[in-house]
Design a protein. Sequence first.
Length: 237
Amino acid sequence: MSHEKQSNVTRNYSIGKKTAVRKQERAKKIAQRLAELYPNPAIPLAHRDPYTLLVAVVLSAQCTDAMVNRVTPELWKLADNPCDMARQSEEDILRIIRPVGLAPRKAKAIKELSRILCEQYGGKVPDDMEALERLPGVGHKTASVVMAQAFGQPAFPVDTHIHRLAQRWKLTSGKNVRQTEEDLKRLFPPEQWNPLHLRMIYYGREHCTARGCDGRQCLLCRELFPSRRHPVSVRRA
């Protein structure tokens, strides 16, 4: 290798290393600040056990947690366990959850996943990611939330708020939510994943909102990037 090529390789490696260090430093600062703001973050979806959490998370897709929390008390009166829910008609489930977005599809999924849990898992929610993802209406994010918040297993569910913040804070390219999840898991230790995912959601809702901050307005954006002059364009989840 020529001296010139070797110098270019060394210089590029050095630049990449400096970028990685800065990202790690930002990650450490973010974790510290969010822990100060939200020392004991509560799960925003009201629930009683793994099953009611699972159903609540299914209902929360393309819907606010506040709306989900409005309809679930009535739903639990109808049935609050898989076997009882499986015996209900889709129409009765739909009648209660109708204010929630995509209600017909969710009513069908809730009845079917409840039947599967009752028949195949003894009425229990499995603490297994692959088993959860096979349930109707349960995608990777929903399964990750249940694994993290119901069973205490390290997971980093990425919603629209986390996807937006990770881009504004230059923790990911934002190519898609799966890539964002992988990038965040590399940056933060597993023991931080479960509380950090909740902290980022709360911060994204309360401070670094989609319209209220463009990467230059909120406290953390200003602290992390004090010389930033232009709005940050983010890819949607």
